[in-house]
Design a protein around this ligand. Structure first.
Ligand code: CA
Ligand code: CA
Ligand code: CA
Ligand code: CA
Length: 134
């Protein structure tokens, strides 16, 4: 007696139009999206501060709480570093780093609402801030 091995033929019903391609707009890089912790489409001082703190910790790879000009690399020019180093000890501590980032945020904040949107991030200071904290 032959036992026929039955292979189940799955009859697939082609579903047309069921899977529309995902809208590609989510892929557009937005500086706000990466920093916007509360998803209100703007970056406020606390979101900026968190990013600044994270980036500071990354730059301060020996963990002594200070970063020097060399460690900052392209993030800051010599003059900017001088300005940020308010106690003139040739390193930036986290507070100095944050205050400098905050000063950029204030200048970039064109409409003075205390937050930066995508448009404001495109300003000179906005870009600088982004380069600093990302
Ligand atoms: Ca936000
Ligand atoms: Ca250090
Ligand atoms: Ca200093
Ligand atoms: Ca604003």
């Amino acid at each position: 007696m032959k036992r026929a091995i039955s292979i189940g033929f799955a009859i697939s019903m082609a579903m047309f139009g069921g899977f529309a391609a995902a809208a590609p707009d989510a892929a557009v890089p937005s500086p706000v999206v990466s920093l916007d912790g509360d998803n209100d489409q703007t970056v406020d001082i606390s979101e900026m501060g968190k990013a600044a703190s994270d980036s500071f910790d990354k730059i301060d790879n020996d963990g002594d709480g200070n970063v020097d000009r060399a460690a900052l690399g392209k993030r800051m020019s010599k003059d900017e570093f001088k300005k940020a180093d308010t106690d003139k000890d040739n390193v930036l501590n986290k507070n100095e780093y944050f205050i400098y980032a905050d000063s950029l945020l204030r200048i970039a904040d064109e409409d003075k609402d205390g937050t930066l949107d995508d448009k404001e991030f495109k300003s000179k200071e906005g870009k600088k801030l982004l380069g600093l904290i990302q």
